[in-house]
Design a protein around this ligand. Structure first.
Ligand SMILES: [Zn+2]
Length: 167
């Protein structure tokens, strides 16, 4: 046994889980090697000191907050069943975009306010979508779309470009 292998097995040695032959090898290496002997002694002391530390069990409130934080970071599955009225979260799922993107169009999308919440009638949202729909041919080259009076600032495919297609 060399020092590297001895170091690797020290935890198991101290836990008493090494097979007899390995334990015997480790013990004879440690008996002959001052460095590993010192390290083993340090590990043994560390283990004893750790056992003296109090065990803290976090209160349920902390566990709940940790769990909520983890869930907030985990992407949530999008809803696919919708009733006739959508709230902002459902609208985002319905439109297959994130809530922030929906927020950019809130002035555009027909909605009503009830009890301090913005709500959207699915039928009206569908009409709004239909009003925006257009066939965008991304295969054609940029000069070919100049005839649509695209504003100079428009980037091909963006909203003002798409709207220019409709006018
Ligand atoms: Zn050694």
């Amino acid at each position: 046994m060399n020092c590297d292998i001895c170091g690797e097995w020290m935890d198991e040695y101290l836990d008493g889980v090494l097979p007899d032959d390995v334990r015997t090898e480790l013990e004879s290496h440690v008996a002959a090697c001052a460095g590993c002997r010192a390290e083993l002694e340090a590990c043994r002391r560390l283990g004893q000191n750790l056992k003296q530390l109090p065990i803290h069990i976090p209160p349920a409130q902390v566990c709940l907050r940790v769990s909520e934080a983890i869930h907030a970071e985990t992407p949530r599955a999008r809803r696919s069943d919708f009733g006739p009225v959508l709230d902002l979260d459902e609208l985002a799922d319905y439109l297959r975009v994130d809530k922030k993107t929906v927020g950019q169009y809130v002035g555009d999308i027909p909605c009503f306010e009830l009890g301090g919440r913005l709500l959207f009638r699915k039928a009206k949202v569908e009409e709004w979508i239909a009003g925006r729909e257009t066939v965008v041919d991304f295969r054609s080259d940029w000069p070919a779309v100049q005839k649509w009076n695209v504003s100079d600032n428009a980037t091909k495919g963006d909203v003002s470009w798409v709207l220019a297609q409709k006018n």
